[in-house]
Design a protein around this ligand. Structure first.
Ligand code: F6R
Length: 368
């Protein structure tokens, strides 16, 4: 079943361009998004007053990316919450609240219980799900299926990336029905989204570079990740993957928070992975991130920078630069996540860990 790959994780990382293409297929035609499976009428979408996303783990990170897309492209406020915390604070929900449960398995008990709570409170509930007929799919008004196929590796890779893609589809759909409220050209975004599988394929070629990098970092005790805006949930996902697969202490920070405390952690030889904003499309954020890299490097950090093609400004302050193709900056998480998955996989292998079956973890967590 693993074909030419020694591990399912490597195989599933390589399957991502196709999985994303399959998730987009049918829903995205000529720059227009239609999601009939959601079962939401145009009137229902126009009447929405807010969106709440509930999820756990990697799915939560996909939700954080969807939040930024929905808030940027529509007039709807979006709140994202870890599912295990959701119902205990008795959130205020109404029929015009769209609750989106994001779950690969459709069975995570925390998310399922949060979904049921939202249903009982009368909210409009849909799910982004990879498993047909799962509990969440059955108990939602409508479903947006990710088409990742079966994922054998315990850590989410292709299911995560397809959730991110589905989040963009949902955001574009809501924006299309409610009338765009944004300076982004949404047709242009949709076209860039359709081009992601091609760009993602190019990133698979970073394996040899990341394998060499992983070999040089395998003996470290901790790794920090920095991101800003859309790069922040990407950094969070990178840190989660590294914890679960390489058993390394890994933590992500919004780069602006560094100076409020975490910078005290920086010491000689500490690897810091930086998810760079687009130099051409987000010059202000880019400049701020450049300062952050310089700050940590001046204190001895080894900096690994994920940057878009052509961004040469990072060369001078990075110990290693991983290049990704340029895309619309809102979609960059679909590309930037891939080298982080590969780096984690290679680091875990270099440390002798089982990347398909990490210790203490189950594929689907059906207890609360
Ligand atoms: C991380 C991972 C977990 C899951 C989480 C939610 O690699 O796999 O964090 O993302 O347990 O699972 P689902 O999406 O099935 O609800």
């Amino acid at each position: 079943e693993k074909g030419d790959y020694p591990y399912f994780m490597l195989k599933e990382i390589a399957e991502q361009p196709q999985a994303v293409a399959d998730t987009l297929a049918g829903s995205l035609v000529d720059g227009r998004v239609s999601l009939p499976g959601l079962g939401l009428s145009e009137q229902c979408i126009r009447e929405l007053t807010s969106v709440v996303v509930i999820a756990c783990g990697s799915s939560y990170h996909a939700g954080l990316i969807a939040q930024q897309a929905i808030e940027r492209w529509t007039d709807l406020p979006v709140h994202v919450e870890v599912a295990s915390e959701f119902r205990y604070r008795e959130p205020k929900l109404r029929s015009t609240t769209l609750v989106v449960a994001v779950s690969q398995s459709g069975e995570s008990m925390d998310t399922l219980m949060a979904l049921r709570h939202a249903q009982q409170a009368g909210a409009t509930v849909v799910s982004i799900c990879n498993t047909r007929g799962s509990s969440m799919a059955r108990e939602s008004h409508g479903v947006l299926y990710t088409e990742a196929g079966t994922e054998i590796g315990v850590a989410a890779t292709k299911t995560f990336l397809t959730q991110v893609a589905a989040g963009y589809l949902l955001a574009l759909h809501l924006a299309g029905v409610r009338g765009g409220q944004t300076t982004d050209g949404l047709i242009e975004v949709a076209e860039a989204l359709a081009d992601i599988p091609r760009a993602a394929r190019q990133l698979l070629a970073t394996v040899p570079q990341l394998r060499a990098l992983a070999a040089s970092l395998a003996d470290r005790d901790a790794v920090l990740f920095l991101g800003r805006q859309l790069g922040y949930p990407v950094a969070m996902e990178g840190a989660l993957k590294l914890k679960e697969l390489a058993y390394l202490h890994a933590e992500a920070f919004a780069a602006g928070e560094l100076k409020h405390g975490p910078i005290a952690l920086i010491e000689d030889g500490l690897p810091v992975v930086v998810v760079m904003p687009s130099a051409s499309q987000q010059p202000l954020l880019h400049e701020k991130m450049m300062s952050n890299i310089q700050e940590v490097r001046a204190r001895g950090a080894v900096t690994v920078v994920i940057a878009e093609q052509g961004d040469e400004s990072v060369d001078a302050c990075a110990d290693a630069v991983v290049r990704m193709p340029t895309t619309h900056f809102m979609l960059a998480p679909l590309l930037a996540s891939i080298p982080l998955q590969i780096l984690t996989c290679e680091l875990a292998l270099a440390r002798g860990c089982d990347v398909d079956q990490p210790r203490n973890l189950a594929k689907s967590v059906t207890v609360e």
